[in-house]
Design a protein around this ligand. Structure first.
Ligand code: MG
Length: 235
């Protein structure tokens, strides 16, 4: 008896973004990306915001991740994009209600990332009391650096964090200027949501954020890791 089996394959495209880690690679597969806001006092005030008394955060979709040396895309009809260089932390193991004294046991690696923001959309959302998901969530709005470092080999404190556009320095600060420790961020976030292995915490940006235009070239980094490079294109 002859019969035919028809196999239908649904093609599922995952955004697979890898970073170099030691002699190998690490694949970023977060269930969520948690972004701190106003975590450097001088950045909070440069946008006319109050300095928060505790870590505050929003979510960015994992679909926004893009690997180093790719393009940041300006979506059609969207106004000003801003750059924000941020130290990012990848979670090693599941945890909830993590206390600060063991928070570092939950950190796998560090890497530099950009929190690309459609500032016009964000300003409009802020003025209407609406969420920021649109302003922060477009594809390509979470570019990652080429290289990560293990938490066991790297202290997040005391590191220069910088960003230049077309060779001109725009952001130049130090992670010592963070208002809250990484341990405090992990502890506070984990009181709200379970942190899963691979989840990313973006720790917020220092002052100097500014506009990006199609054709711009970005270089940015954090001491101890290879700098990231991106260009900006119009969709
Ligand atoms: Mg940010």
């Amino acid at each position: 008896m002859m019969f035919y089996i028809r196999i239908t394959m649904s093609l599922v495209v995952f955004s697979m973004v890898q970073v170099r880690l030691g002699n190998g690679h690490y694949e970023l597969r977060p269930t969520k990306i948690i972004c701190l806001l106003r975590s450097y006092a001088a950045h909070a005030t440069e946008l006319g915001n109050e300095v928060p008394g505790r870590p505050q955060f929003f979510l960015k979709p994992p679909s926004a991740l893009v690997p180093n040396r790719s393009s940041i895309v300006v979506p059609p009809g969207v106004g000003r994009l801003h750059h924000e260089i941020e130290l990012s932390v990848v979670i090693s193991r599941k945890g909830r209600n993590i206390s600060e004294d063991i928070a570092m046991d939950h950190v796998e690696i560090y890497l530099p990332m950009l929190d690309i923001t459609a500032r016009d959309l964000q300003d409009a959302a802020k003025s209407k009391g609406l969420p920021w998901s649109e302003a922060k969530g477009y594809d390509t709005f979470a570019p990652v650096g080429p290289e990560a470092v293990r938490s066991s080999d790297h202290d997040w404190r005391g590191k220069r964090i910088w960003l230049e556009v077309n060779g001109q320095i725009r952001q130049d600060s130090n992670t010592d200027m963070l208002l809250f420790s990484v341990e405090r961020m992990i502890s506070d976030i984990s009181k709200v949501m379970t942190l899963e292995p691979g989840d990313i915490i973006m720790t917020g940006t220092p002052p100097g954020v500014g506009p990006l235009l199609p054709g711009d070239r970005i270089r940015a980094g954090i001491d101890g890791m290879e700098p990231m490079e991106f260009d900006v294109v119009r969709q």
